[in-house]
Design a binder for this molecule. Sequence first.
Ligand code: BES
Ligand code: ZN
Length: 583
Amino acid sequence: MLHDVHSYSTPDAARVRHLNLELRVNFERRILIGTATWSLAGPAKSPLVLDTKDLQIHSVAAVDANGERMLEWKLGPADPILGAPLTIQLPPGVDRVRVRYDTAPNASALQWLQPEQTAGKKFPFLFTQSEAIHARSFIPCQDTPSVRITYAAHIHTPETLVAVMGAEADQGLLRAHNGDYRFHMVEPIPSYLIALAVGDLEFRSIGRRTGVWAEPVVVDRAAREFEDMEKMVEAAERIYGPYRWGRYDVLVLPPSFPFGGMENPRLTFATPTILAGDKSLVSLIAHELAHSWSGNLVTNATWGDFWLNEGVTVYLERRIVGEIYGGEREDMEAVLGRQELEKEMASLPAQDQLLKINLAGRNPDDGVTSVPYEKGYLFLRTIAEQVGRDRFDEFLRGYFDHFAFRSITTEEAIAYMRKAGILRPSIPVEEWLTQPGIPSSAFRPASDLLAKVDAVAAQWHGEQLAGAGKWSTQQWLRFLRMLPASLTAAQMAQLDQRYHFTRTGNDEILAQWLEMSVARHYTPAAPELERFLMTVGRQKYLKPLYEALAKTPEGKQFARKVYARARPGYHPIAQTTVDRILR
Ligand code: BES
Ligand code: ZN
């Protein structure tokens, strides 16, 4: 009996098992017209409760061999975060239920893009983002990660556009032109992994079971950037056991995608901001791929256990990066991760610094800080350092096999670790899970390559940077982050003249530079800042930029002016984030 505070559903009484989904994509009205037919698992106790958010329900029927029979249903009061429960009376023996509905134009899982917001500028685009609790805004479902389902979907799109899903396509990888697409997902997944995108999309193969989908003008660049994907899957399989999902493809979205990446099964959704041209930002692909084990195979049972998804994934991500790009890159990314964690934690309330977080009454999106990611990583890395990396890999492999296709709590994971004998008495487990801050015995990542950069940054007085010609993206990021707070706008100008940060094609470096430009009042970067805020919707960049701007009256005025124009192009989730910063 597990209680998920973010779902109205009562799966212990009546639980869904399989979904038959039909969606008509209407770009004119910005809605999906849907039919969701749910098969129930085993004997069900009435009522069946589904989560919904801003759905317009037309009818609910029981389905059997003889056809449909209308059922009694009621939509409860709507909560701004959770939406409204759809309570359906189940007569005895009913094991299939069909809901006919429309989504709202402002459905929180959906972003509808105008042609101007795409790379090709000719066709509209739609994509979904279900994690954490947005699936309910486009499918009435038991929207808790503790319930797993299989599904089949039939998607109707305008004839010129292509539909893709995080599922197996019945039409294969060919671009069909009749606006009629079918998919099926035979591995049981939680609702937050249901994903759909519709646009002018093309496919390029990378390896035997890997490839990339993107708009035609982006797809070749993406295929080059991700050329190591097949190797990544092979490395992950070698260490953590079979990849259990068939194909692994990546969909590159337009820049308004609010996240870096989303681990939709068989089809990672990714931001185009990682296309740096030199593979320097592809650890994000390693991260989303790693979720095929940590997250998609073994899933957090509630959003309070989110570190089980993300902390374990960051650990796997860095192992994969180490295998493909070497230990130095792995170390650099671990150091940058810890730096990020310490910086963010300094301004987080104590309750948000815990690995096991209480999100009752809150939006689970609020729990998405570097804590589950980087504190989770440090917890696991600390254990791995003690028992040895190989033994820890072996443990993880056993953990994935043992809990495969199940959703588990922090307590279950810890109990399993104890049984496996990898938690030495010197590890303060309770402190890691339930106390703020980072335990003093935590592993401290170190990198010689970054230490060199630190020395240069600390003493920089305007001269040429020794050795910088060969610096990697990670080194440049570190350099920028380590420059003293006393840096003046004149010194910023000097750096820009020599190293052209404002014109860099690397969005990670650009975002870092723009944030510094705001803090140091380096106004020549303002036009680029405006362009960036107008096109990129990735929250990881928007948040620090708008926060930095909001610190001064002039900055806030500039931010409000830009945001007034940028907001309609942001995803509903990103709009909420920025609204809060600028209100
Ligand atoms: N699963 C997350 C994205 C997410 C988390 C979406 C919570 C909604 C709610 C994904 O795997 C992720 O962590 N993405 C990161 C990139 C990663 C390299 C740290 C991101 O989007 O920045
Ligand atoms: Zn993740």
